[in-house]
Design a protein around this ligand. Sequence first.
Ligand SMILES: [Zn+2]
Length: 121
Amino acid sequence: MSASRDIDSLIDMMARLPGLGPRSARRAVLHMIRKKELLLTPLADLMHHVAVTVRECARCGNIGAGELCDICTSEKRATGEICVVEDVADLWAMERAAVFKGRYHVPVSYTHLTLPTSDLV
Ligand SMILES: [Zn+2]
């Protein structure tokens, strides 16, 4: 595969990300290529590392790198309170807001769903 086809494939993949269309994906890829040492290479390495290590927490459904996530392994979070959230994105939003100090539960894992996009409304 030629470099330009690889770059086109990268743009196509980036355009699939939420919030990025083809134009913004092309702009982002061009920016990363121009900042190859500062951005593209570290980002590629980090994405590979995350792809290899990421997994769903066996207890709460959060995303982490081990059998249990950092929240489930923290004794400080063992308050006896459990917040049920619809999605991991909601859990992460709660954590950013720092409004809850207990543990979470995500009832349905969306990370394993691989519906074809034609099934999505
Ligand atoms: Zn957990």
